[in-house]
Design a protein around this ligand. Structure first.
Ligand SMILES: [Zn+2]
Length: 280
């Protein structure tokens, strides 16, 4: 479940120029042409291999309603979410790509955001997809991040990963969990983060996300990511936790309003679920 505070425009790098967008499109197109978009790349022995990640172009994203903002800083952490959608047994790529499109539709048309809120999505069938445009190119670059809309107060300093499903009383399928761990390890490698820098949405906002069961798995996830990173980057706790960069208060943040409303009225429903008609 994502939440946004994107009215403000803090110290941001200039928007992509038309030329850089064009160059990026070419790079994505080249990547998409590789067999099953699973090209991978060479890494040092203590680095995690690049997982296959379907770009926005691959799953059929709409253009963002305005240029995404690329921030001139690396993220400080990863934040894990669940989509709070049904725990389907359709593990196909077709389903995964339909989910990505449904989330984008919900975030743009119902929430009024410029694009998908999160940076990446992992389907129940273990397909990993780009969320907000340019998230994948910036991850590959390893130096900057796209300003997102997945966690109030963390949208300029974290990478948001949505996991398809509802993990309040059930754990993710093994393949989905493994894909999440592979993705986290790659994010840690590219942005030089320790495996200890993995959090759940509820660590920052008043939400049940990513569900009790997935949240309880986070210590295991940190350990598994550390193993993927190798002994030299095991995230033993010796890496000091970076200080969070305060995110300016938004002019108006409907999600924060809802969270405040829920805090004052425990019975008030949070918009956890995508409208069912948006999913196949
Ligand atoms: Zn969430």
């Amino acid at each position: 479940m994502t939440s946004s505070a994107q009215q403000q425009a803090p110290a941001a790098a200039p928007h992509h120029t038309r030329r850089s967008m064009f160059t990026g499109a070419l790079a994505l197109a080249a990547g998409a042409a590789l067999p099953s978009f699973a090209a991978g790349r060479a890494f040092a022995s203590d680095a995690a291999a690049a997982p296959a990640i379907a770009s926005c172009a691959t799953w059929g994203a709409r253009p963002s309603s305005e240029p995404v903002v690329v921030l001139a800083n690396r993220p400080q952490r990863i934040i894990v979410h669940h989509t709070a959608t049904a725990n389907v047994t359709d593990y196909s790529q077709q389903r995964a790509f339909a989910l990505a499109r449904a989330i984008q539709t919900y975030h743009m048309d119902a929430q009024g955001w410029i694009d998908t809120g999160q940076h990446f999505t992992v389907s129940r069938g273990a397909f990993v997809m780009e969320g907000r445009h340019s998230s994948l190119a910036e991850l590959r670059g390893g130096a900057r991040q796209v300003r997102a809309a997945h966690c109030v107060g963390q949208n300029t300093v974290s990478i948001g990963i949505e996991n398809e499903g509802t993990y309040t009383s059930e754990e993710p399928p093994a393949a989905q969990y493994a894909a999440l761990a592979d993705l986290c390890a790659y994010v840690c490698t590219q942005y030089r983060l320790p495996a200890t820098a993995i959090y759940g949405h509820r660590d920052f906002n008043a939400t049940s996300c990513p569900g009790d069961r997935l949240y309880a798995l986070l210590p295991v996830l940190r350990r598994d990511v550390a193993e993927r990173l190798g002994a030299g980057a095991a995230g033993s706790g010796t890496v000091p936790e970076p200080e969070p960069v305060p995110e300016p208060e938004p002019v108006r943040d409907p999600i924060r309003d809802l969270l405040d409303q829920a805090a004052s009225d425990p019975l008030a429903a949070l918009p956890e679920y995508l409208p069912p008609h948006l999913l196949p």
